[in-house]
Design a protein around this ligand. Structure first.
Ligand SMILES: Nc1ncnc2c1ncn2[C@@H]1O[C@H](COP(=O)(O)OP(=O)(O)OP(=O)(O)O)[C@@H](O)[C@H]1O
Ligand SMILES: O=c1ccn([C@@H]2O[C@H](COP(=O)(O)O)[C@@H](O)[C@H]2O)c(=O)[nH]1
Length: 241
């Protein structure tokens, strides 16, 4: 199956997925791999927006646990997402994918300000739109930013590309007995406190009936296959009637 099931998608890339096997920052080969994975999906003709996390550089929670004011630490985290966004832009443009970075925190010299209608226009012109700086507000995450932007641009699906294969009954990192779940509804994710995404992000997706697909970015072809509607990772959606 090589035809896109969705016409407009939002791809959430975990910041940590850009580290490769390292434990900090951006690994150039991994970034190049991610750009090629995005290209193979864009080649289907879909309109694609991307939100990148910042966990490979800075997380607000980590800063505040070391005594920093939480809001200040979160602004550092948001700036980390701008760095990742610019790096991704560079990698995509190297392989001839037109892109625009739109930042929720104004920084005119490096990125356009986030304006919803502009974002939609860029998508219509088949530019990959990279949303930087999360929601622009502290106390949020890039998962919540991804759901918010997906709702704003009327994306049909949010693809969460991460370092695990999907949603499990417990964190699979460090738990060898964790069981993979193929389909799950939003409320069960919340009730069972499955921390694959934060509860604000899941609630916002639930309230807006936004389909979420969680899958492993390290498996080549997953972004494209998810867009083609193949069984990739875990679907989080409305309960089956
Ligand atoms: N029940 C669960 N099922 C799957 N993953 C889980 C679960 N509970 C916790 N996780 C963890 O959630 C992580 C997914 O979040 P991810 O790494 O994408 O973080 P992020 O905050 O979106 O990005 P960043 O790396 O930028 O912080 C997985 O790596 C996994 O370890
Ligand atoms: O809307 C937002 C988005 C993010 N942050 C801060 O950025 C870091 C990195 O994002 P991740 O989602 O963890 O990758 C996050 O820990 C927050 O500190 C924010 O404040 N607001």
């Amino acid at each position: 199956m090589n035809q896109a099931k969705y016409q407009r998608v939002l791809l959430k890339l975990s910041g940590e997925a850009l580290m490769g096997d390292g434990n900090y920052g951006i690994h150039p080969e991994t970034l190049g791999y991610v750009a090629r994975e995005v290209k193979s999906a864009v080649d289907l003709g879909v309109e694609m927006a991307v939100v990148v996390g910042g966990g490979n550089i800075f997380r607000g929670m980590a800063g505040s646990s070391q005594g920093m004011d939480r809001a200040s630490a979160d602004y550092l985290g948001m700036l980390a997402t701008v760095m990742n966004s610019l790096a991704l832009q560079e990698a995509l443009e190297k392989i001839d994918i037109p892109t625009r970075v739109l930042s929720a925190i104004s920084m005119h010299q490096v990125a356009e300000p986030y304006i919803r209608r502009r974002a939609v226009r860029h998508l219509e012109k088949k530019r990959v739109v990279i949303f930087a700086a999360g929601t622009g507000n502290p106390y949020f995450t890039t998962d919540t930013a991804a759901v918010l932007r997906a709702a704003e641009i009327h994306a049909e699906v949010l693809l969460k590309a991460t370092k695990v294969d999907g949603v499990y009954d417990m964190d699979p990192v460090g738990n060898t007995t964790a069981k993979f779940i193929q389909d799950i509804d939003y409320m069960t994710v919340l009730e069972k406190r499955l921390h694959v995404m934060d509860s604000t992000a899941i609630s916002l997706a639930m309230d807006n009936h936004l389909l979420l697909v969680v899958f492993n970015l390290r498996e080549s072809g997953n972004i494209r296959n998810a867009i083609c509607g193949q069984a990739v990772g875990t679907k989080i959606c409305e309960p089956r009637k």
